[in-house]
Design a protein around this ligand. Structure first.
Ligand SMILES: C[C@H](O)[C@H](O)[C@H]1CNC2=NC(N)=NC(=O)C2=N1
Length: 94
């Protein structure tokens, strides 16, 4: 079981571009792209990383942007699993 991080720990570990939605108990980032299909491709790649980690984000694909939201349902809050996947998603988007 992963340990839930408190707000200070989340703030200290948040990868670039991500913010802590304390009300939703999630971390989130909206990735922006030059085209809708680039966003779709990113989401597909993110799905692959999610399956690899067996840790799955919520993703909303919109015009030239994808909002990604992460929390660890099994733990009831944000854990290191969310931070780790967020970092990998940042690398994917580079
Ligand atoms: C049974 C449970 O759903 C699985 O262990 C995995 C699947 N993907 C998951 N994804 C996320 N975001 N949180 C989880 O707790 C989680 N659990």
């Amino acid at each position: 079981m992963s340990d839930v991080l408190d707000a200070d720990e989340i703030a200290a570990e948040l990868p670039d571009g991500w913010h802590h939605d304390a009300d939703a108990d999630e971390i989130a980032r909206t990735f922006e792209f030059d085209s809708y299909l680039e966003g779709v491709g990113f989401a597909a790649g993110a799905g692959g990383l999610a399956e690899e980690a067996f840790h799955h984000p919520s993703m909303t694909i919109e015009w030239r942007q994808v909002e990604v939201r992460l929390t660890t349902h099994d733990a009831g809050g944000v854990t290191g699993k969310d931070i780790d996947l967020a970092e990998r998603l940042n690398e994917l988007a580079e």
